[in-house]
Design a protein around this ligand. Structure first.
Ligand code: COA
Ligand code: ZN
Length: 312
């Protein structure tokens, strides 16, 4: 497959990142950070989840956040929704797209949403009905799509079957989530090819975590399969609270930097994005994994007289 010349970068830090923080990030700070991401030109932002506030208290303010974010730039705002109740809350808030989610492996699905994969799928029929009524498109995420921390390998057919059901339910796309960083380039190629062959017409998005350092390498594997959509978190925030050993998403600035250096357009302003990444570091009061926000772009030049000359 030819590599795409343009890629859609989907910012998921305000959801995948904020949900994993121990401390509740104040609503006003969330709004300000999301507005910085909008300003940086990100075309799509997964800004929160309409899940049970008892399960994920960090995102209990989803509707409040949405009511105050900058919608003047045409950014597409989506949120995770686990059931019809979440879909109704999302529709009432007026978001642009609902994203349902389940895990390809039963054990992680039970940890995450307290039901089997089949039960989740059946529940999505109700979600689709609510979304249709509200005129909202629905896409579906598949967590543990490259491996499960409780079960190990996840057969590609298991991922394919869920994607097929998503397609039959009328969803517009599928996002393969590497919840605990178990993806490798051959697994990425295998899964992308399988979906292309068995579920054509369902738009594929890839969602990697950098848990084992292969995040951007996996993006390269996705690009080689022609995949045009990648999810990432600014500053490399992220991690699932219901998966052992989960760590940060691939970092949005580092991804955008790589794509631009490859001549692939994203429409994102890297400098402004780095500003948002530094701002979340300040809010959280700690250093985060993003690298380009610290090092700057490769052609950043340093005055020679500020650097010590080696002697001896
Ligand atoms: N929004 C708000 N409240 C919700 C809700 C939603 N989408 N879904 C359920 N609830 C409430 C119910 O009203 C009920 O409240 P009550 O006890 O006051 O009556 C309570 O939550 C339990 O509802 P139930 O349907 O029995 O859910 P559950 O306890 O089996 O939990 C989920 C299932 C899916 C709601 C819960 O596990 C969840 O929200 N998980 C999200 C996990 C997540 O976001 N993971 C990270 C993403 S990878
Ligand atoms: Zn994730």
């Amino acid at each position: 497959m030819p590599r795409p010349s343009e890629v859609t970068v989907i910012e998921v830090g305000p959801r995948d990142g904020f949900q994993a923080e121990r401390e509740f990030i104040p609503t006003a700070a969330k709004i300000q950070l999301i507005n910085q991401l909008v300003e940086a030109g990100l075309p799509e932002i997964e800004f929160s989840s309409f899940v049970s506030p008892r399960a994920v208290p960090q995102l209990a303010d989803a509707a409040e956040v949405f009511s105050s974010i900058d919608r003047s730039k045409g950014t597409r705002f989506s949120a995770l929704v686990p059931n019809a109740k979440g879909a109704a809350r999302a529709a009432e808030a007026g978001i642009d797209e609902i994203r349902v989610f389940l895990s390809a492996s039963d054990s992680h699905n039970r940890k995450n949403v307290n039901r089997s994969v089949e039960e989740s799928l059946q529940g999505f029929e109700e979600v689709m009905a609510v979304a249709r009524e509200a005129g909202l498109p629905v896409s579906g995420a598949i967590a543990t799509a490259f491996g499960c921390p409780f079960e190990g390998d996840v057969p590609v057919g298991q991922v394919g079957n869920v994607a097929k059901r998503y397609s039959e339910l009328g969803m517009v796309g599928v996002s393969l989530g590497d919840t605990t960083g178990m993806a490798t380039p051959p697994l990425v190629a295998e899964r992308c090819r399988y979906l292309r062959e068995h579920v054509p017409g369902l738009e594929v998005t890839l969602h990697f975590h950098n848990t084992r350092g292969l995040g951007l390498v996996n993006v390269m594997a996705g690009l080689d399969e022609g995949v045009e959509r990648y999810e990432a978190s600014f500053a490399g925030l992220g991690g699932c609270p219901f998966a052992a050993g989960a760590t940060g998403n691939i970092c949005t600035e580092d991804l955008v930097y790589m794509l631009h250096e490859m001549g692939i357009e994203t429409g994102v302003d890297l400098e402004k994005l780095c500003g948002a990444a530094r701002a979340i570091e300040k809010v959280l009061g700690r250093s985060l994994p993003g690298q380009v926000m610290k090092a700057g772009p490769r052609l950043k030049l340093y005055p020679m007289d500020e650097v010590q000359t080696a002697v001896g």
